[in-house]
Design a protein around this ligand. Structure first.
Ligand code: PEP
Ligand code: MG
Length: 880
């Protein structure tokens, strides 16, 4: 088996499409080298070795050593330096690289190959003893903590000690002799802690580092990251060993991280940060403040790379164009300049905000880099969520607290917490929290995930907090340097103001502003790019997208987002209004038909007006109205007070009311007297609703000369007979209203398929139905035998432990619930080829479920208004 793949110096064994084997970093290093970009030579040990390592008690395949030696020899030849050579030593970096990027999750070792002898060689070769000794101490420090597990503050103590001794405050004041002393201190300390001298043999160092990278694949923060991002543990990581280049050899050296376009806005500008005379991780670590790339982006006091290193910058601008053209996507790149010569260390598709993702996809299609269908594929439907969420109301009063970098857009408001654990605990209790940290690290991921927003006081736009927050879609303000955080006192202060843990603050991730207290927010305006992408998506999708709405506001919002009708109007939700709840309760509590009819006649005008409003907003689009399906427990009065109130309202005596409540109470209301069972036992209820619908439709028809075609939907049907009876009732009311008004309209009568029996007998049911709408909420409940109301208590345990892959109420269970949907669709269409099929459970807005609906041949999905754009895009992707 081939375990090792070389890259650089004209010998590229890998390619970009080999990321499963080589990891993202290794595959792209080979790809960059093969398109002629300057990549220091090296090799990649494959992810299969990682898999082998874990399958074979942390050992390696037998032939690995030989392959590594061979690849290493090739690097030596290319660089003209030898591993362990005392005159011209080869130094390498050892880095992890999984299939998908896991920023900062795993460990890296730089400057490997240094020891007591080669350090002199490096000093001689570079002509800079200070640099050589500084490199050596960096190596011992990284190797010591990553490979040998020495606590990193043990190293810092030693530096502090040497500085104190010398009366220095900054690292930059230390010279070669001082670093020499630091190295001596480090070695003693490492020996004391580990019981062994610091390894001098570069080969031993190399194998130690390779083992540490493989070992880091299973460390707790990598495990957390994988869990949050659905990355399987068996993918493994590759290890990249690459000749070192130095960005810290002097002022003609630099290192940087940049994006080929702005990852926040998507704007087509070269965007990034660099540091002169710095090594690798210094830029992302947020210790020194990095400088901008482009002159047009530099602020007073900053020095752009364009100005400081015009030659290398010009070369980088070329590389930027080459990479975008080659990868046809925005790239996130890392580079180093060593003595004015540019080297590329990494490229990958850059993480971006939802707004940037949209803009870049649309722009690239317009630039001809990709086509429109590709643009549609590029945007994650779930990410649209971020664009549709509120921003701060510009007119709202606010009390400014501080300003940092606009690291991830969106506004967020919540109570201040200072630790990730606290964020998680309080968020679990339903509180909105803002996680405030000096800086974040991979250990904070769970808290960042739990928080509504993230605020840091240190670090730039590519700091951990910024990158991770953007990826998660959390608003983030980073590097708010005027804020000081006191973890011990649980307080932050800025400009003389103090904010304790538990107090509310508001962040604006788009401007970087931080405010004290809560600031009012407003609905988002959708940009032209959004409309363009949606148009392209609409051009390819086959599924129609409707909305679940019953209020005029929701219906209007959904229209604005492009809903093509209403797929579910839950009429019982129209009765929660305080002006009506009395009449509803009167209806429920009535013991006789006469009593019920009295209540219903109070409700009729409200219902009629509701439907008039909806028909008007939906102007000519289909509107599916579901007849009453009230789980009774949602409407019954509960407390003694409520019962008294209802009694007073109805003029009945309290004891009688109490008795009626007891009579009506059900042990299992979700499987009780609800849905069409109510219409069967109390036909006058559905009669009233049908009348309200037809009268409203006739009124609109007369007014606009374009009558709506209402789709009347009967819920929770289990037998054909139920539907026959209720359909006859609806038809009877229709004829009455047409006779009374002298106006005739068209209408459909259909049913929800939300019980297994209905799905299995769908052929019979279809004979009486004009359409089916899958109520996958109840169907999931009844297929799994999981109570919708109670499952929340234990279901998270199932998904956490992987007993269920996903919450089946969120994303459709294809194997079980999905199978029933397919059976019902097939049986229904066998009887009626043109039977209209839709879905209106919560799954109608979930991209994975929408994919399934497309495959199952449904005509439409229906979802809540804010998810309509998500559904439009997901439906388009399902069709591609
Ligand atoms: C369903 O059961 O999927 C459905 C849409 O109806 P409801 O959620 O109102 O029960
Ligand atoms: Mg239902």
């Amino acid at each position: 088996t081939k375990w090792v793949y070389s890259f650089g110096a004209g010998h590229n064994e890998g390619r970009a499409d080999m990321r499963n084997l080589l990891g993202g970093k290794g595959a792209n290093l080979a790809e960059m080298a093969s398109i002629g970009l300057p990549v220091p030579p090296g090799f990649t040990v494959t992810t299969e070795v990682c898999t082998y390592y874990y399958a074979h008690k942390h050992t390696y395949p037998e032939d690995l050593r030989g392959q590594v030696s061979e690849a290493l020899a090739r690097v030596e030849a290319a660089v003209g330096a030898k591993f362990g050579d005392t005159h011209k030593p080869l130094l390498v970096s050892v880095r992890s690289g999984a299939r998908v990027s896991m920023p900062g999750m795993m460990d890296t070792v730089l400057n490997l190959g240094l020891n007591d002898a080669t350090v002199d060689g490096l000093a001689a070769a570079s002509g800079d003893a200070r640099f050589a000794w500084d490199s050596y101490r960096r190596f011992i420090q990284m190797f010591g903590s990553v490979v040998l597990g020495v606590d990193h503050h043990r190293f810092e103590e030693i530096i502090e000690h040497v500085k104190l001794d010398k009366g220095a405050t900054e690292d930059t004041e230390l010279d070669a002799t001082d670093w020499h002393r630091v190295v001596a201190g480090y070695k003693d300390m490492v020996e004391e802690v580990t019981g062994k001298p610091f390894p001098q043999d570069p080969h031993q160092q190399l194998w130690g580092a390779i083992g540490a990278v493989f070992g880091s694949w299973m460390n707790p923060r990598a495990n957390t990251y994988r869990r949050l991002h659905d990355i399987p543990a068996d993918w493994g990581t590759a290890v990249n060993v690459q000749a070192m280049v130095f960005g810290n050899m002097g002022n003609d050296c630099a290192t940087g991280v940049c994006f080929t376009r702005d990852p926040s806005t998507g704007e087509n500008v070269f965007y990034g940060e660099y540091l002169i005379n710095a090594q690798g991780e210094d830029v992302v670590a947020g210790i020194r403040t990095p400088q901008p790339m482009a002159k047009e982006r530099s602020k007073p006091g900053e020095k752009s790379m364009e100005e400081a290193m015009p030659g290398a910058y010009a070369e980088l601008v070329q590389v930027r164009a080459t990479l975008e053209k080659h990868y046809r996507d925005m790239q996130d790149i890392e580079f180093t300049v060593q003595q004015n010569k540019l080297y590329m260390l990494q490229t990958r598709n850059g993480k971006r905000t939802a707004a940037a993702s949209l803009k870049i996809a649309v722009d690239m299609a317009r630039e001809g880099l990709i086509d429109q269908t590709e643009a549609v594929k590029r945007v994650d439907p779930k990410a649209l969520d971020q664009l549709l969420h509120p921003t701060l109301d510009p007119k709202a009063p606010r009390k400014s607290l501080a300003k940092g970098l606009p690291a991830s857009p969106g506004a967020a408001c919540g109570v201040v917490v200072f630790s990730a654990d606290e964020a998680e605990t309080r968020a679990a209790k339903g509180e909105a929290v803002i996680l405030v940290r000096i800086e974040t690290s991979p250990e904070d991921i769970h808290g960042m995930h739990a928080a509504k927003g993230i605020l840091t006081t240190r670090g730039g736009m590519t700091s951990h907090a910024a990158v991770v927050a953007r990826g998660m879609g959390r608003p983030c303000v980073a590097g708010a340097g005027s804020i000081t955080v006191d973890y011990a006192q649980q307080v932050l202060s800025a400009g003389g103001q103090r904010v304790q843990a538990g107090e509310t603050i508001t962040l604006d991730g788009a401007t970087g502003e931080v405010f004290r207290g809560a600031v009012a927010m407003i609905e988002p305006k959708l940009s032209g790019d959004f409309a363009t992408l949606m148009e392209w998506a609409d051009g390819v999708r086959k599924l129609k997208v409707r909305t679940n709405a019953e209020t005029p506001l929701d219906a209007e919002t959904a229209r604005k987002f492009g809903a093509e009708g209403i797929g579910l109007c839950r009429t019982e939700h129209m009765f929660f209004d305080p002006a009506r709840i009395g009449a509803v309760r009167q209806m429920i509590m009535a013991e006789t038909e006469t009593g019920r009819r009295a209540a219903l006649s109070r409700l009729l005008p409200f219902q009629r007006q509701d439907f008039v409003d909806l028909f008007r907003i939906m102007a000519g689009l289909p509107v599916t109205i579901r007849l009453l399906d009230p789980p009774l427990h949602e409407f019954l009065p509960h407390s003694a007070e409520e019962i008294e109130e209802v009694a007073a309202d109805l003029g009945a005596d309290v004891a009688a009311m109490q008795r009626r409540v007891t009579e009506l109470s059900e042990a299992n209301p979700m499987l009780g007297h609800r849905g069409c069972r109510l219409g069967i036992t109390f036909p006058e209820i559905y009669e009233m609703q049908a009348r309200a619908i037809f009268e409203a439709a006739v009124a609109i028809g007369k007014e606009t000369h374009k009558a709506p075609v209402p789709e009347i939907m009967i819920p929770l049907v289990m037998t054909k007979r139920e539907l026959e009876i209720l359909r006859a009732l609806v038809d009877k009311v229709a004829q009455e209203v047409f006779a009374e008004t002298g106006y005739h309209i068209e209408y459909l009568v259909g049913t929800m398929i939300e019980l297994p029996r209905a799905a299995l007998t769908a052929d019979a049911i279809a004979e009486s139905a004009d359409f089916f709408s899958f109520g996958t909420n109840d169907l999931t409940q009844t297929v799994f035998g999981l109570s919708r109301d109670d499952a929340g208590k234990f279901l998270p345990y199932y998904t956490e432990k992987g007993i269920l892959p996903k919450d089946p109420f969120v994303s459709i269970d294809v194997d079980g619930v999905g199978a029933l949907v397919e059976i019902a669709a097939e049986k229904g269409r066998k009887v009626k080829a043109d039977l209209k099929l839709g879905i209106c459970g919560e799954h109608g807005g979930d991209p994975a479920s929408i994919h399934f609906c497309g495959k199952a041949g449904l005509d439409y999905v229906s979802c809540s208004p804010y998810r309509v754009p998500i559904a439009r895009l997901a439906a388009a992707q399902a069709a591609l």
